[in-house]
Design a protein around this ligand. Structure first.
Ligand SMILES: NC(=O)c1ccc[n+]([C@@H]2O[C@H](COP(=O)([O-])OP(=O)(O)OC[C@H]3O[C@@H](n4cnc5c(N)ncnc54)[C@H](OP(=O)(O)O)[C@@H]3O)[C@@H](O)[C@H]2O)c1
Length: 273
């Protein structure tokens, strides 16, 4: 089903949830007249979510709220499941009743990493609690409504959030060498590019989309692009609480690709937005 283009959607009828997160901020730039809700609207509060959407009757709801601490999810499975799993289901139900398009973000970590690349129709098999909670969110949305855009993305960097680029740059100024894993592969994605593409997807068919910047790399190769003192190490040398998939390269087979991550990174580092 094709819905009205974003150009015909009243800009004041766009509601952004999780508006104060990293992606939420980039979305504010693309939808400057949108109604914004930060954490004060707790998406695990079913009644509050329903009341908000029933009251505003938006044309489009974009949910950038999530519990994104991948290691933290291992210790707080209940919170992860509530925020990343049940919450999106509550929003979906309210969107269905209000007649709104629902745009939601999921993750490369719903895949197990046993294949070098994943298309939209590949079978998810998450290997950590974060991935399981995000997959639950996808399932809840699909169960509740028809007019959704589930956008799986990966390795986000952008302003107003803790991200790999800022963390590694900071370490690089304080350490002689920064060890970075060379055996996990994905696609870095600039929040600004993802937010702009989100606007396009509103006028596309309902369904699941893989949206990342173009080009894949290891975390080590990514770090090498912006610091001079990165040294490669294996995942075994750098144990984390949550297991990460070896490959989480999302292949976009449905829409035009975004620009290469190196170009997007260059804009980010120059501080153009
Ligand atoms: N970051 C990545 O590398 C990455 C990769 C793949 C997919 N994604 C997905 O992309 C989306 C955006 O990620 P992001 O990096 O922008 O996340 P983020 O910076 O962590 O922002 C998430 C926002 O959600 C809010 N939030 C948390 N729990 C909430 C609740 N119960 N109710 C309402 N708001 C709540 C947070 O508020 P507080 O700060 O106050 O808790 C924060 O403002 C998420 O769906 C994420 O799963 C991210």
């Amino acid at each position: 089903m094709v819905v009205a283009s974003i150009k015909t959607v009243n800009p004041e009828k766009v509601l952004i949830l999780g508006a104060n997160g990293m992606l939420g901020h980039a979305l504010q730039g693309v939808f400057p007249e949108a109604v914004l809700r930060g954490h004060e609207l707790d998406i695990t509060d079913e009644e509050a979510v329903y009341a908000c959407i029933a009251d505003l009757v938006p044309d489009v709801v974009i949910n950038a709220a999530a519990y994104t601490d991948v290691d933290g999810c291992e210790d707080h499975v209940g919170i992860a499941s509530a925020v990343n799993g049940e919450g999106p289901g509550y929003i979906a139900r309210a969107c269905r009743d209000a007649g709104a398009v629902f745009v939601h973000y999921s993750t490369d970590y719903i895949f197990d990493g046993s294949r070098e690349e994943y298309v939209e129709s590949d079978l998810p098999n998450p290997v950590n609690a974060y991935g399981r909670s995000k997959l639950l969110g996808e399932q809840r949305i699909i169960r509740e409504m028809k007019n959704y855009r589930i956008i799986r993305t990966s390795w986000l960097f952008g302003r107003y959030g803790r991200n790999f680029v800022d963390t590694i740059r900071d370490l690089s100024t304080r350490m002689d060498q920064v060890k970075v894993v060379h055996d996990q592969f994905g696609k870095p994605t600039y929040t600004v590019d993802l937010a702009e593409k989100t606007a396009d997807l509103i006028s596309c068919e309902s369904g699941i989309y893989h949206i990342t910047n173009d080009g894949s790399c290891s975390w080590y190769e990514f770090a090498q692009a912006f610091i001079g003192n990165a040294v490669p190490c294996s995942s075994a040398e750098f144990p984390r609480k949550a297991v990460r998939p070896r490959f989480s390269v999302l292949s976009n087979t449905k829409t035009t690709p975004l620009r290469h991550w190196r170009e997007a990174l260059s804009d980010y580092l120059q501080g153009d937005t």
